[in-house]
Design a protein around this ligand. Sequence first.
Ligand SMILES: *[C@@H]1O[C@H](CO)[C@@H](O)[C@H](O)[C@H]1NC(C)=O
Ligand SMILES: *[C@@H]1O[C@H](CO)[C@@H](O)[C@H](O)[C@H]1NC(C)=O
Ligand SMILES: *[C@@H]1O[C@H](CO)[C@@H](O)[C@H](O)[C@H]1NC(C)=O
Ligand SMILES: *[C@@H]1O[C@H](CO)[C@@H](O)[C@H](O)[C@H]1NC(C)=O
Ligand SMILES: *[C@@H]1O[C@H](CO)[C@@H](O)[C@H](O)[C@H]1NC(C)=O
Ligand SMILES: *[C@@H]1O[C@H](CO)[C@@H](O)[C@H](O)[C@H]1NC(C)=O
Ligand SMILES: *[C@@H]1O[C@H](CO)[C@@H](O)[C@H](O)[C@H]1NC(C)=O
Ligand SMILES: *[C@@H]1O[C@H](CO)[C@@H](O)[C@H](O)[C@H]1NC(C)=O
Length: 489
Amino acid sequence: MAFENNTNIKLIKLSHISQSLSLSTLWKSLAISGALLFLLHTFAFNHPHKMITHKLFAPLDLSFSSSAISASSPLQTEKEPPTNISHLMFVIVGSTRTWRYRRGYIEPWWRPNITKGHVFLERPPGRDLLPWPQQSPPFSVNKDSFVTINKFKTQIRLFQSLHESFMKASNDTRWFVIADDDTLFLLDNLVEALGRYDHKKHYYIGMNSENIWSNAIFAFDMGYGGGGYALSYPTVETLLNKMEECIRRYLGVYSDLLSFRCLADLGIDLTMEKGIHQIDLHGDISGLLSAHPQSPLISLHHFDVIDPIFPAMNRQESVNHLMKTAKTDQSRVLQQTICYQRGNNWSVSVSWGYSVHIYQSIFPRNHLKRPLETFLPWNHVRIPLYTFNTRFVTKDPCEMPRQFFFDSVVEDKNQSSVTTMYKMKTASSLPPCLLNGNHSARNISQVRVIATTMHKMGAGIECCDVQNVNSTEILEVKIRACHKDEVLA
Ligand SMILES: *[C@@H]1O[C@H](CO)[C@@H](O)[C@H](O)[C@H]1NC(C)=O
Ligand SMILES: *[C@@H]1O[C@H](CO)[C@@H](O)[C@H](O)[C@H]1NC(C)=O
Ligand SMILES: *[C@@H]1O[C@H](CO)[C@@H](O)[C@H](O)[C@H]1NC(C)=O
Ligand SMILES: *[C@@H]1O[C@H](CO)[C@@H](O)[C@H](O)[C@H]1NC(C)=O
Ligand SMILES: *[C@@H]1O[C@H](CO)[C@@H](O)[C@H](O)[C@H]1NC(C)=O
Ligand SMILES: *[C@@H]1O[C@H](CO)[C@@H](O)[C@H](O)[C@H]1NC(C)=O
Ligand SMILES: *[C@@H]1O[C@H](CO)[C@@H](O)[C@H](O)[C@H]1NC(C)=O
Ligand SMILES: *[C@@H]1O[C@H](CO)[C@@H](O)[C@H](O)[C@H]1NC(C)=O
């Protein structure tokens, strides 16, 4: 249901704004008097969402920063509870035209009555969209009389939605997460990632595009809207204060470019998180998902323009399928683990919860961590195409893997292990690699991956051991901690 107009919250918010307004006027008038400002800073603005000394004012800040920090910050940070899902407010800019089929990419991760935020629509939903599903985020219809600019309403709708979200946010909102209506989030990973940053500072967290072309024409250091980006509370406060003049300055550009430019002019630059994916790609992205960077998966996007990510499934089924492992050990999803079966000269590369590749050769990790270029660029222009290195797809049985895709997951709470099964992609017949001893992996029909510990985020890569079970049909991979100085080659 659409949210109610809550006047109490609005009053709280107005006090935030007036506080920061008065502070910013103070900045101007008292800029000369660093000492007085310091007094004000320490005594008057001891508020959870106070306006933080801004990067724009960095030279001023230097004069008193060390004493101010040592005086107030250690105590505050120790006491503060860690960031959890309640501290996030989602701002999903959707439309009544697309919601019918896009909701299938939002509902798998949205937790009704737990996740906070709204999907913003340009007009009230018609009868075809009602009754509004319980599983969907509540909707809100953008008000028409937002800014005095009439053109480019679509681009401005983001700021309008952000403004409305800010007014409705509860006082413990730390982050505003902006996304499209076809952005799939892994919520626990997102929360964990944001928890690593100080929400009281000005943060803008996102990721650029996979395409050099997109980055070249927009910006390499812009947070692309489809992958989603997060703004800390003070960032939103600053941005909204300066919103109207910035919209006028950059009228007519995409909303994420508008955010990037406005934030850049306010001195707030992008902090990149490698797990956020815009997916400006076409075709089969399995190569990329099978060699994900060593960083928890936070988001995926553009499911409507890429092939279904699992073979023999439609787009919706494959999204739901991926989310099955996200319910067990989310931070491990897509994490790449490599091991070798030396007797057969095989390399095994696991992308947990997604795929297993068996190569009939020994390849070092630095080679296997490059994605196979199974996909096509967003826009075919001059090389280089991507912001990462790739390997070309060939027909060479020594270079190409036999591919297995995630099939099922069993969580054994008793033994605290999670077992994932991967089945061979049909119609993939790869001859043996003669150069490496003619050891065919043809007979392997299933790979079983056993993880006995929960994945620890930021603890580095894990290693594994591999063995055949049941004569030759099942390959079993056991994930374990790497030995000291273990070499993967
Ligand atoms: C999140 O943390 C706050 C404390 O800041 C707590 O009140 C709230 O219950 C927590 N929410 C969840 C879902 O754990
Ligand atoms: C969410 O809360 C409302 C009202 O408290 C309740 O009617 C509804 O069943 C809840 N939805 C879910 C999915 O729990
Ligand atoms: C938020 O507001 C509630 C009451 O409205 C208050 O008890 C709580 O301390 C406030 N929290 C913060 C972080 O300001
Ligand atoms: C694990 O489960 C088995 C039955 O499935 C039971 O016999 C055993 O006692 C359990 N172990 C623990 C440590 O709970
Ligand atoms: C593995 O491959 C190498 C060549 O790369 C070969 O010399 C060696 O005999 C092979 N080992 C086995 C067990 O086939
Ligand atoms: C490879 O092995 C198969 C049986 O495992 C055998 O029939 C074939 O002759 C071998 N090829 C070579 C070139 O050794
Ligand atoms: C594959 O399985 C067949 C029987 O199903 C067996 O004869 C053959 O030796 C196996 N090949 C390898 C490479 O293990
Ligand atoms: C081996 O295969 C048989 C039949 O396919 C099955 O019943 C058995 O559980 C398998 N053993 C293992 C260890 O997977």
